[in-house]
Design a protein around this ligand. Structure first.
Ligand code: SF4
Length: 621
């Protein structure tokens, strides 16, 4: 960038990529974000940022930003005024409301602020009379937090980020925090190297954290996590390694009888580990004075998120490792405000349609108006063809976004929204930290904040809108008890971790069998590529420099069998179709398991995934 650092206006805010919630300082000049400024006194992470936070901000001033509303006429977009574009949307919303509300649905990104999500929920539930509202985190994070509600009484982690360094044993389930939540990867690194934290990883691939000193990685078959945690719990009960009060917890007898089938010998066969490894991991976890489980999961886990959260919480509760420093289960939201979306219950309540149901409803004609806010379902949801068919079929599609995404290009009306750098509000990150974001620049073109657009639409259907952001936050406190005692104006730079009251219960859960297939022999798992997060990072120079296209990652032995070399093209085929991707060969994955990032729109892996925890594929040169 071409400016002296001292000539920059510095605005403190919060990164808008992943759920870690790192604080950052934007360097602004001439109403443009020119850089992020390193400030070692900022945040729990002492100013450290990953590539996304440090070099991924260019999407804010990208020349691909939408700067004006668009309306499709005769199959082509034409620039429109806000009055014209909003007028069309308002009329559809009024029609839908008058028809009872069930024909309108919303898909929203958990990247919006809490105040925007709150207004959107009000627009749907109270303004339109519709419960058909969901967000992409609904495919994974919402399932985990729904599990937490039944196990501990609230939809969030019974742990916070500071517990990573305060624990004795860290049990990381699936994935690599260095890739999904890199600054939490640094925290793990510091815990292991400076505080002597023992690191144990159970995963279907080896990541960078597996290389930390004395880390032990247990590779298991994708989709077998619940069985594994049930078996760990069985060993703990059988060997009497329980906390003294565990047998008095509600659900103990039911859990105990459910676990009868999960002997280490049986589960070892199912998950590809040795029975002795399961026993030794259970003993080690129970013996640790403090132990923290981390669940850093993204879109790759639609199938069994709720059961997985409950199985891990069962383990923590049985050993008395909830509600104490250095203990608990840390659920790591993929997006910057996944936790806020869970707190605000931005997902269907009883009777409403979830994201998958909304997609089906568009195809069947049950949903006539679909409002997509900041989401790109064509690329980020499983089964791309099915999603595209649904979006082509729905009568009226309105998309509110920063960019003309693959989803927006199918819309009847496109509304240009503001990025995090153009607005005020709050995000809630991993470990229940509520933090303020601050406006650094003016909206690009005539873009408006989601808060403003949602307010105008809510008013059009007779809703009473809060006059401003702080008033909206205050209202949130009246419906989300954990936010009730937080004063927006007192949040300051540090933010606050909202308190919780644990109402613990053991929940017996079944492990669902991983579906096998005759069409493929490799288990495909999807997730984040290094330094990417959702589809927003495709507009950031740093993330694209590190990884610019999709790939298929496979084990050395499998590559030798196929006769494929690193960088060569492979055809990846599932029962839904095939795509060609470059091979990335290494030792991170067990034989028989392949991995592909889901962000990239041209060779989109979601064109061949089906929404199950594992998609079976075949590979050929
Ligand atoms: Fe942003 Fe997440 Fe990276 Fe922190 S770890 S800088 S929140 S992307």
């Amino acid at each position: 960038f071409k400016a002296r650092w001292w000539s920059l206006n510095k605005v403190k805010t919060v990164c808008s990529y992943c759920g870690t919630g790192c604080q950052l300082t934007l360097g602004v000049k001439d109403d443009k974000v020119l850089t992020t400024v390193y400030d070692e006194n900022q945040g729990f992470h002492n100013g450290q940022l990953c590539t996304r936070g440090r070099f991924g901000y260019q999407f804010v001033n990208s020349d691909k930003r939408l700067t004006t509303p668009l309306v499709k006429k005769n199959g082509k977009f034409e620039e429109a005024t806000w009055d014209e574009a909003l007028g069309l949307v308002k009329q559809k919303f009024i029609d839908a409301k008058n028809a009872g509300g069930s024909s309108v649905a919303g898909l929203v990104t958990p990247r919006l602020t809490n105040e925007e999500l709150y207004l959107l929920k009000k627009l749907f539930n109270q303004g339109l009379g519709s419960d058909n509202l969901d967000h992409s985190a609904g495919y994974a994070h919402a399932a985990l937090t729904a599990g937490a509600v039944e196990s501990v009484g609230y939809p969030a982690s019974p742990a916070s980020i500071s517990d990573i360094q305060a624990t004795n044993l860290l049990l990381v389930v699936k994935s690599d925090a260095y890739e999904t939540h890199p600054v939490l990867g640094f925290e793990i690194n510091l815990g292991v190297k400076r505080k002597g934290v023992n690191l144990r990883i159970v995963s279907d691939k080896k990541g960078k954290i597996s290389r930390l000193p004395n880390a032990l990685t247990y590779l298991h078959s994708p989709g077998s996590e619940v069985a594994l945690f049930n078996s760990l719990a069985k060993v703990i009960i059988e060997e009497g390694l329980l906390d003294s009060s565990a047998s008095t917890l509600p659900g103990f007898a039911e859990l105990n009888s459910k676990l009868a089938a999960y002997t280490p010998a049986v589960v070892a066969e199912q998950c590809g580990m040795k029975a002795e490894e399961i026993v030794s991991l259970a003993r080690e976890y129970a013996a640790a004075e403090k132990a923290l489980i981390m669940l850093p999961i993204g879109l790759g886990y639609p199938g069994h998120g709720k059961a997985l959260a409950q199985a891990t919480l069962n383990l923590a509760l049985l050993t008395g490792k909830v509600g104490k420093e250095g203990c608990g289960v840390l659920i790591m939201g993929e997006k910057n405000n996944s936790q806020g979306a869970a707190d605000l219950k931005v997902h269907p309540v009883a009777g409403g349609l979830d994201a998958a149901g909304i997609i089906d409803g568009c195809t069947s004609g049950a949903i006539k108006t679909l409002y997509v806010v900041g989401e790109n379902p064509v690329v980020s949801y499983p089964n791309r063809k099915k999603v595209e068919t649904a979006l082509d079929a729905v009568e009226f599609l309105v998309v509110q976004d920063l960019f003309l995404t693959e989803t927006a290009s199918k819309a009847d009306v496109v509304l240009p929204a503001c990025s995090f750098a153009e607005k005020d509000g709050t995000f809630t990150s991993v470990g229940r930290a509520v933090q303020r974001i601050n406006k650094a620049i003016s909206p690009v073109g005539v873009a408006r904040s989601d808060f403003e657009i949602l307010g105008l639409l809510y008013a059009a259907v007779g809703g009473e809108i809060p006059p401003g952001i702080s008033e909206a936050f205050e209202e949130i406190g009246t419906v989300v008890p954990s936010y009730a005692n937080i004063d927006f104006h007192q949040l300051g730079e540090e933010g606050t971790i909202y308190p919780v009251n644990n109402k613990c219960r053991l929940i017996p859960v079944d492990a669902t069998a991983v579906k096998s297939s005759s069409t493929g022999t490799y288990a495909l798992v999807t997730g984040n590529a290094l330094n990417h997060c959702g589809t927003l990072s495709l507009y950031g120079e740093g993330p694209m420099y590190v990884c610019a296209e999709g790939y298929i990652e496979l084990n050395n032995a499998d590559a030798n069998k196929l006769g494929v070399k690193d960088g060569e093209s492979l055809t990846v085929k599932s029962q839904l179709g095939d795509i060609k991707l470059k091979a990335k060969i290494g030792m991170r994955l067990p034989s028989g398991v392949v991995f592909a990032p889901y962000h990239f729109s041209d060779k989109s892996i979601n064109s061949i995934t089906d929404g199950e925890s594992v998609t079976w594929v075949s590979l050929s040169k």
